[in-house]
Design a binder for this molecule. Sequence first.
Ligand code: PLP
Length: 364
Amino acid sequence: MPRPILATIHPAALQHNLARNRQAAPDAKVWAVVKANAYGHGIERVFDGLRSADGFALLDLAEAWRVRELGWRGPILLLEGVFEARDLELCSRLDLWHTVHCDEQIDMLAACKTHVGHRVFLKMNSGMNRLGFTPERYRSAWARLNALPQVDEISLMTHFSDADGGQGIAAQMACFAEVTRDLPGERSLSNSAASLRHADAVAASDWIRPGISLYGSSPDHPEHLAADWGLQPAMTLAAKIIAVQDLAQGTSVGYGSRFVADVPMRIGVVACGYADGYPRVCPSGTPVLVAGVRSRLVGRVSMDMIAVDLTPVPQAGMGSEVTLWGRAGNGVVLGIDEVAQAAGTLGYELMCALAQRVPVQVSD
Ligand SMILES: *Cc1c(COP(=O)(O)O)cnc(C)c1O
C-alpha cells in the first residue's frame, strides 16, 4: 500500500472561484493565472476547471507549451515577457502574447524577423518597482513599439503593490490612468486582491488577472477569510493516522520534546511531514481536521510525520483521516490560509510547495 497521504484537486471549486471573479468584474475578460505549475496544483489538473477563462497567464515557455498541448487555442500571456531573443520565435509559433517591460525586450522585437505581428502588453511600473517602464518613460516606449512593423497590437498593463492592504490602489490607478489616458488598446490591471477588494475601481479594465483566488485562498487573509469572499478550496491535502500514542501527564512528543502533555491525552501520528510540503515551522496549536473535526498539531513537524491531538475526537484512531488543509470527507473546510498564518506565511507559498512525492488525484 502506498503511504497514506494524498492531495486532491477540485475542478468544481476552480470553476466556482472563476465565476466568483467574473462576478466581481462582469465586463472584464479573465486571465486565469497558472504560473508556477498552477500554484502547485498542476497545469494539466486545473485545465478543465478553468477552461472557461478567456486566457491563461504564466511565465514559463515550457508551461505555455503545455497549455497548447492541452488543446487550448485561445490567448496565452507571458507575464514577464521573453528572456532572450529566440523566445520570440516560440511566441510566434505558439501564438503567445507577451509582456514588454524593458528596453531590451523592445530591442529584441526590433531585431527579430517575423511574419506575424506580435501582440504585446506594455507594462508600466506605477510603484511596485519590479518590472515595467516608469510613468515618465512609458509613452516613449509605447511610441517606439507602435512604430515597429513586428508589433501588431499593444495593450496596457500595470500591477498593484498594495491591493491587499490599507494603502490600496488609488495612487497607482491615478498614475496609470493619467499616463495612458489617450492611448488606444486594452487595459489589464488587477490581481485577485484588486479584483475582489477594489471591484469598482477596476471594473472598467478589459482584463483581470486573478491567481490565488482561483485556487480558493484569500488574497487578504486574515482581514477576510476565503469563505468571506465566497471562495472554495481547490486543493485538499489529507493523510491518515498511522500510529496512536497515549501520553501520560508530563510526557512529550517529537524532536526536542517541545510539546509536553499537561494532562493525560491521546495523540495520533500522521503520515505527513515537511518533506510533503507541510511547513516545518508550524507550531503546536496549528489547526488540523481529524475525521473532519477541528483539532491541533502537537510537537515539532518532522520530515515524514506530525502528531495531532485526538482529545476532541475520541472515536478517531488508526487509519482516521487527517486534513492538513482543504475539505474533509464530512465537508468541513480548513482554509490553507489558517495553516499558512500559523507558519508565518501565505497560502500562496504552501500550495506552491506541495512536494513531488505527494500523489495527486483530481476529484470528479
Ligand atoms: C502572479 C500575478 C498575478 C496574480 O496574482 P494573485 O495575487 O495570485 O491574484 C497577476 N498579475 C501578475 C503580473 C502576476 O505576476
